[in-house]
Design a protein around this ligand. Structure first.
Ligand code: NDP
Length: 290
């Protein structure tokens, strides 16, 4: 068997094309979607992510800007800027690029963002809404994975799903989304006793571990859907995922590649969340007769 490859790059492009009309319609009624990305420090990987996020917005006609602070900035300065952006009607999404330097209380910064503008979906109020099954913003990476399931026509109801990883940004929200979609979900992590026992009986495996080629063909049930969230930089500079793609391709039913899989979907869903925020704002303004 050779697995069907779910092409995240193509899907991301298809979705972004569709976003353009929504952005134009919003701009026409004075609600052009606007995203601000805050970066503290000069971490090279974060700089690339921030640039891609801002450019992704600009490419479809949205407003976007980055605000960069020196690594030693007083956290109070960043909190003041967030308060200012919370009150700015032209800004619908605020994102603080993680990780923050050690002298920051990351949680306090995330909580300072208005839940209505928290397009990353990391504010406790939005995490709670997702857990209750009525999300306001879905964290971008797992949101992208759900779109890939949709594209691959993967029916999640009643399926056994295993999520490897329990981070707040990927593993946990992924598990919640799968539960909400009717899957029976097992979350594995570094303390899991027998990982292969769990993965080899799963219809769906989502790997978000951060270890190159960690999921091997012998861990995968024939015909399973294998989603690779991992982005790992190899010593030769190449990117690879958490899944041994070549090996698993021969066993899985559907699989996502790295690069060109979940990665391009993450920024796409950030654009989606910002547009959704602007649409809510426009609908509220129309309702108020403004
Ligand atoms: P974290 O490091 O926060 O989480 C990794 C998870 O993997 C933890 O829950 C950890 O368990 C678990 N883990 C580590 N070792 C093992 C093991 N031997 N067996 C089972 N589980 C293990 O990473 P993130 O969730 O932030 O990211 C995961 C990967 O996804 C990374 O490669 C990251 O670069 C990538 N990523 C990709 C994105 C994209 O856009 N495609 C976006 C975000 C992340 P424990 O909790 O016990 O420590």
């Amino acid at each position: 068997m050779t697995a069907q490859v779910i092409d995240g790059k193509a899907l991301a492009e298809e979705l972004r094309q569709g976003f353009k009309a929504r952005v134009d319609a919003l701009a026409a009624c004075g609600h052009k979607p606007g995203l601000v990305v805050i970066l503290v420090g000069e971490d090279p990987a974060s700089q690339v992510y921030v640039r891609n996020k801002v450019n992704g917005c600009l490419a479809i006609g949205m407003h976007s800007e980055k605000i960069v602070y020196d690594v030693a900035v007083d956290p109070e300065t960043v909190l003041e800027k967030i308060a200012e952006l919370n009150a700015d009607p032209a800004i619908h999404g605020i994102l603080v690029q993680l990780p923050l330097p050690g002298h920051f209380n990351e949680e306090a910064v995330l909580e300072a963002i208005s839940p209505e503008k928290d397009v990353d979906g990391f504010h406790a109020e939005n995490v709670g809404a997702l857990a209750q099954g009525s999300p306001r913003f879905i964290p971008c990476t797992p949101y992208g994975v759900m779109k890939m399931f949709e594209k691959g026509k993967v029916d999640l109801a009643g399926k056994e799903a295993v999520v490897i990883g329990r981070s707040n940004i990927v593993g946990k929200p992924m598990a919640l989304l799968l539960i909400n979609a009717g899957a029976t979900v097992t979350v594995c992590h570094s303390k899991t006793k027998d990982l292969k026992f769990h993965t080899s009986r799963a219809d769906i495996v989502v790997a978000a571990v951060g270890k190159p080629r960690f999921v091997t063909a012998d861990m995968v049930k024939p015909g399973a859907v294998v989603i690779d969230v991992g982005i790992n930089r190899l010593p030769d500079g190449k990117l690879c995922g958490d899944v041994d793609f070549a090996g698993c391709l021969a066993v899985a039913g559907q699989i996502t590649p790295v690069p060109g899989g979940v990665g391009p979907m993450t920024i796409t869903m950030l654009l989606a969340n910002t547009i959704e925020a602007a649409e809510r704002k426009a609908a509220a303004a129309a309702g108020a007769g403004k």
